[in-house]
Write a protein that binds this ligand. Structure first.
Ligand code: 8YV
Length: 319
């Protein structure tokens, strides 16, 4: 059997299913303590499967026989596609299986920021809750408001569906190409970025990380938003200038923000975002439900086996 190295802890049953096809070597995770050993193991591996560790060229140069990498994630911004193409390594990812769960996470950021639930949860726990709650603690409505989505891909559509069908919201979106399904089914309207920022009650980014999206939302863009508006990021942290966001929240030039992703993860405790009360911070839980994480692992295993047998027709991003 050919060798595959697993670099993330997955359930026993799924490990066994991989062992049926491959000579499987398992690492729960890679860090400085076992990096040397990992580099040694990948020397004769044809495949790698896992998540949570950046496989850059300095790592991959130790794996001259590699044919496929199967990442247990939909995002693949942590890979060097040019290098993978040059070396004929197929990169497989896990779209679709996490779409609805990630949309749920993003919608909960919308709800938590609008209704201030984490802040008020802390109020109850600290014993500071007095009848009747002061107006100063009231939230704002979500239903019927305008939602501006940055990035109308699979997850953007799933957020738009919740907004339109469940919350009677007007959905506008900013995207390279038009999404005709969103326009036809959900009455979504494509807009230029500045107009979307200026008219939305909620601005929600689900953009991937790449050169075009890097720091797309900075001081100028935040200043275009209404002072009553809420900024949500459920895509990638590179999209927003975090210092500019912290300043806008501090100065209340926007109302609040809800983030699931950051420039650096875990978010350093020194971040200016940490001290604000008008922000909800999730620890990158977009796809983190028991069911969805299992579905992602199953998808990544299927992808690995398919690519190993030469089938790159589904979920390959490097060819
Ligand atoms: C994490 C995600 O990468 O799939 C993605 O792109 O952002 C997340 O699901 C995942 O935690 C990696 O296991």
């Amino acid at each position: 059997k050919d060798k595959v190295v697993l670099y993330k802890k997955i359930p026993e049953q799924q490990q066994q299913s991989l062992s049926q096809t491959f000579n499987l070597v398992c690492f729960d995770k890679i860090d400085e303590n076992n990096l040397e050993q990992f580099l040694n193991e990948i020397k004769d591996a044809v495949g790698l499967i896992g998540a949570g560790f950046k496989l850059d060229k300095n790592i991959l140069k130790h794996a001259p026989h590699l044919k496929v990498i199967s990442t247990i994630s939909v995002g693949y911004d942590h890979f060097d596609l040019d290098y993978l193409k040059q070396h004929n390594i197929a990169l497989m990812h896990t779209p679709n299986v996490l779409t609805e769960t990630t949309a749920d996470t993003i919608f909960s950021l919308i709800m938590c920021t609008a209704r201030r639930t984490t802040e008020l949860n802390n109020l109850v726990r600290s014993g500071a809750w007095v009848n009747n709650l002061k107006d100063a603690y009231f939230g704002i409505d979500v239903y019927g408001k305008k939602l501006g989505i940055l990035g109308m891909g699979r997850i953007g559509y799933a957020v738009a569906k919740r907004a339109h069908l469940g919350f009677d919201m007007q959905v506008n979106y900013y995207n390279r190409s038009a999404n005709s399904a969103a326009e036809t089914n959900l009455k979504a309207q494509k807009m230029e970025l500045d107009e979307l920022l200026a008219t939305s009650d909620f601005v929600c980014s689900i953009l991937p990380a790449n050169q075009q999206t890097d720091l797309l939302i900075g001081q100028r863009e935040l200043a275009l938003m209404k002072s009553s508006a809420i900024f949500i990021n459920g895509g990638r942290g590179n999209v927003v200038d975090e210092d500019a966001l912290a300043k806008a929240l501090q100065d209340r030039t926007i109302r609040a923000a809800g983030l699931d992703v950051y420039k650096v993860e875990p978010l350093p405790t020194s971040s200016p975002l940490m001290d604000l009360d008008n922000i909800v911070l999730f620890p990158h839980i977009g796809s983190a439900t028991a069911e969805t994480r299992l579905a992602m692992i199953d998808c990544a295993i299927d992808n690995l086996v398919a690519a190993y047998h030469g089938d790159l027709s589904k979920n390959c991003v490097s060819h």
